[in-house]
Design a protein around this ligand. Structure first.
Ligand code: ATP
Ligand code: MG
Length: 416
């Protein structure tokens, strides 16, 4: 990517109408644009980050036998009435509208009911199970408050996965596999050390559900950490009875603010009974499908990473999610510099290294400022001085130390 060809511009001023740090930084660095509270556009650099996050999630969901699909965002009233969740009193975030002929439709805030209805067409025998499906979908929610930037959108991207099993034992296997897969996801996203499997309220079927909570000052949740046992309890279920069940004591816990980056739910057969989702078991009897639901807030994760990995100069992306690994700054509009930079750019790309090539005719200070603000993990500078030395200057975003390296050394360092 050559920055001379990227239409987005960075800006020095903090956007006045935005209070959340994640959105301020992402707007300033040209990753997103704010349309209104809770509604953001994702620009070319922002999409790269989102796609990197999605790809990590996709790989881990595929490993545990998830099958990817995409559901429509337009939903039928009748499906949600089966479970009593069409009513605004039971779901307070619905966006709804009407077709031209007057038919009621809702815009997907979740896909649990439509997924069950769709799966009914395909699952009829125990031989069809287990079946686990997931999607990356844009959810619409009329959230009461949206002050946390992209961490709480009225439109946001979620990975939602649903498991269909014959019984509790089969369900439990997948549920555990998902917990492990989620741990790998947050690890790869750079959030592993600060993300806790958290006991939260359970809903209709189980005592607890599990949330994945990342310690974060800007988060909207409060959890109680047990660092030694590596678990946490959401304040909503913090009482003596529950703590005793989990074998932990109140005084061993540390209270912190956190952001829910994912959650997993066991529905049991509750929803399949409501929606008549059944299969024929080995004995030829009709039996209800055992269901689970598993979310990850993709855009919220991007916001949390922006919050946690930033400093006074701007964003500091972990390598796995950064829009590019290297920011290549050519300083001075002279042929020897341009040709050295072009050569290195091509060689890095050939070696599979992603590069933002700052080939714009602007001051060095501006290039350095943008490299920092955009948060690209490595910066390479090519100037008349480095050309003369026959080397290039390499610096990590998290480090002030620069190194002079030859092309061969740089390629060796960056292309693992
Ligand atoms: P919250 O308590 O934060 O409102 P939720 O319980 O409504 O979350 P789910 O409906 O289970 O969340 O959605 C699954 C995941 O989607 C959440 O764990 C979270 O990461 C993300 N998410 C939920 N609401 C939003 C939102 N408004 N904006 C961005 N991400 C969201
Ligand atoms: Mg919510």
């Amino acid at each position: 990517m050559r920055l001379s060809q990227v239409f987005t511009k960075t800006r020095k001023d903090t956007p006045a109408d935005e209070t959340a740090k994640n959105a301020q930084l992402l707007i300033q660095a040209g990753y997103i644009h704010k349309e209104m509270a809770g509604a953001y556009d994702y620009l070319p650099l922002g999409i790269k980050v989102l796609e990197n996050i999605k790809q990590i999630v996709r790989e881990e969901m595929n490993i545990i036998s998830g099958q990817e699909l995409i559901m429509t965002g337009i939903q039928k009233r009748e499906i949600w009435e089966k479970t009593g969740r069409w009513d605004d009193k039971s779901v307070d975030v619905w966006f709804k509208s009407n077709l031209k002929d007057g038919t009621d439709v809702g815009f997907g805030w979740s896909h649990e009911e439509p997924i069950v209805e769709m799966m009914k067409q395909h699952i009829s025998s125990y031989k069809d199970l287990p079946a686990n499906v997931y999607q990356f979908q844009t959810k619409l929610r009329n959230e009461l408050r949206a002050k946390s930037g992209i961490m709480r959108g009225r439109e946001f991207v979620m990975k939602d996965m649903y498991s269909c099993s014959v019984d509790e034992a089969q369900h439990e296997l997948f549920y555990q596999a998902t917990i492990d897969a989620y741990k790998k996801v947050y690890e790869r996203l750079g959030l592993g050390a600060d993300t806790y499997v958290t006991f939260a309220s359970g809903g209709a079927f189980t005592e607890f559900s599990h949330e994945f909570q990342t310690v974060c000052e800007a988060g909207e949740d409060v959890i109680y950490l047990h660092k030694e046992k590596n678990i946490a309890v959401n304040e909503e279920v913090l009482d003596d009875t529950n703590l005793a069940k989990l074998g932990i004591k109140r005084e061993e816990l540390e209270k912190v603010k956190s952001a829910e980056v994912g959650n997993i739910f066991n529905f049991g057969t509750h929803k399949s009974e409501q929606m008549d989702f059944a299969f024929t078991n080995e004995a030829g009897e009709r039996q209800f499908v055992y269901l689970g639901s598993y979310g990850i807030g993709i855009t919220r994760v991007m916001g949390v990473i922006a919050e946690k990995f930033s400093d006074d100069k701007g964003l500091v992306w972990p390598e796995n999610v950064a829009p590019a690994k290297v920011y290549l700054a050519a300083l001075g509009n002279i042929p020897s510099v341009i040709s050295a930079a072009d050569d290195l750019y091509n060689n890095l790309i050939k070696a599979g290294v992603t590069v933002l090539y700052d080939d714009r005719d602007i001051r060095a200070g501006e290039k350095f400022g943008d490299a920092d603000l955009m948060g690209i993990p490595y910066r390479i500078v090519i100037s008349p001085k480095t050309v003369e030395a026959g080397k290039h200057e390499l610096k990590a975003r998290t480090n002030d130390e620069t190194k002079l390296l030859s092309s061969v050394e740089i390629l060796k360092t960056l292309a693992e």
